[in-house]
Design a protein around this ligand. Structure first.
Ligand SMILES: Nc1ncnc2c1ncn2[C@@H]1O[C@H](COP(=O)(O)OP(=O)(O)OP(=O)(O)O)[C@@H](O)[C@H]1O
Ligand SMILES: [Mg+2]
Length: 428
């Protein structure tokens, strides 16, 4: 009976069923078309942004062209341009002006950083100053003696890091790096590469802090392209999300999400001690004081032993250069006196010029970056003390002598507190 009814219904409504099938077909076709359209749009956008971002091979050919013409030379030139033993691997660039690639160089795993010609350089004063392609590698000029080049390096360093007692030692360090093939002489092409590299904050810092454990080593260079040690984990914490999602997530939720993806507490404590040690390395070190102008988690990484390694040192600048740059800057409010993300001075409203002294020392900014990271999951017996110390660290201000005393006291107390807690833990 039921069977009869169904077949009757089938016979009765053929038009309805046909209409439904063609409706489904149209819907199916529409969604397929939509998926193909959106898919190809995404592929196109990804491809064009990849082409825009990843121009390492262009960078390499410019550098190698200069090398072959004998304009520049350096320890990585022949591997990069002749022997092909230095490969550019995965593109890591996030901005076209700073080409970053993983690189393999024989047995070495490194990261290759290359500056693009038609884009911008990070420089103090003008902040972002166009790199003048024609002008680059034009110094020192032909006929410059080694003595003259040494003088050039010396005065450049003096202008960058200020008057320091041991500037000659720093100049010798630079010259020993410049001698790429270690033959005891600096040729004109080597000098041109060294001069171009010396304009980059990150390289200057790599030379100054070459023996410090938290600074990635400068493995080689050719012109202003350089190879540095690869850092395994490239952020203190957090995860990267597609930008579209990033726009929709409230900042509070984003902050706590970042803290979900972190190592165990003892490991976090070890990484944090590394950051405090790095702050010590740059604070009134052998060649002056350096200011960390972007203390964000993405600039600090660590290796598989949980030793902190700096990832990006482009915004760590000599205090002398920052003071010089700020002195001339016009301002209407404190907000006009900022360099990088967080090197702030104040605005002298009577003169309408920025004051040269930074408001916060590096340590206060490092403690702010570490606060949530360290407090989350901290053992209950030290939590209160840790919180107290972190807050007094974040409250550090200015650059007076009094602050320097407080600075080392707070830094040592924090390091001791963390060490004591983790020294017996297997995890650290
Ligand atoms: N030594 C390194 N080892 C491993 N990864 C690195 C190293 N240096 C840079 N990177 C990675 O390369 C990518 C690009 O770095 P880069 O500093 O150019 O961009 P960014 O940090 O996203 O932007 P910006 O510093 O201009 O704000 C980053 O994801 C960074 O983690
Ligand atoms: Mg960076």
């Amino acid at each position: 009976m039921a069977k009869g009814l169904i077949s009757w219904a089938w016979l009765k409504k053929p038009y309805y069923i046909q209409a439904r099938i063609s409706y489904l077909r149209v819907k199916y076709l529409f969604f397929t078309w939509l998926a193909v359209f959106v898919g190809s749009w995404v592929v196109y956008v990804q491809y064009s942004s990849y082409m825009e971002l990843c121009r390492g091979h262009q960078c390499k050919s410019t550098i190698c062209d200069k090398y072959r013409k004998g304009v520049i030379d350096g320890s990585a030139c022949s591997s990069l341009c002749e022997k092909d033993t230095l490969y550019l691997g995965k593109c890591l660039s996030t901005k076209p002006n700073n080409q970053v690639y993983t690189g393999s160089w024989g047995d070495l795993e490194g990261v290759v950083k290359c500056q693009m010609g038609d884009v911008l350089h990070y420089e103090l004063g003008a902040e972002m100053e166009p790199r003048k392609e024609a002008a680059l590698f034009d110094k020192p000029t032909k006929g410059t003696s080694v003595e003259k080049f040494k003088e050039m390096v010396f005065s450049h360093l003096k202008a960058k890091v200020g008057e320091q007692a041991n500037l000659l030692d720093l100049a010798s360090l630079v010259l020993s790096v410049a001698d790429g093939n270690k033959d005891g002489h600096i040729s004109l092409p080597e000098a041109k590469s060294a001069w171009a590299l010396l304009q980059l904050n990150e390289v200057l810092l790599m030379i100054i802090l070459q023996d410090k454990e938290h600074t990635p080593k400068l493995l080689g260079f050719c012109g202003d392209l350089y190879v540095t040690e690869k850092v395994q984990y490239t952020s203190l914490y957090g995860m990267s999300l597609p930008w579209l999602l990033e726009l929709w997530i409230p900042s509070g939720l984003r902050r706590s999400m970042d803290q979900w993806f972190t190592p165990s507490w003892p490991r976090k404590a070890k990484i944090s001690i590394g950051l405090l040690e790095f702050v010590e390395d740059v604070f009134h070190g052998t060649f002056g004081n350096f200011l960390m102008c972007d203390v964000s988690a993405a600039n600090f990484g660590y290796n598989d032993k949980h030793d902190l390694k700096m990832v990006d040192m482009r915004r760590i600048v000599p205090e002398a250069s920052l003071r010089e740059a700020m002195r001339d800057r016009r301002c209407g409010e404190d907000g006009d006196c900022v360099f990088g993300a967080d090197c702030r001075t104040s605005c002298d409203l009577t003169k309408r010029r920025c004051t040269p002294e930074v408001v916060q020392p590096n340590l206060a900014k490092a403690c702010l970056a570490l606060k949530d990271y360290l407090l989350r999951g901290a053992p209950s017996e030290i939590r209160e003390e840790l919180e107290k110390q972190l807050y007094s660290c974040m409250a550090l201000k200015g650059t007076s002598d009094q602050m320097e005393m407080e600075h080392s006291l707070i830094l040592n107390n924090l390091k001791t507190l963390l060490w004591k807690k983790i020294s017996y833990t297997k995890d650290s």
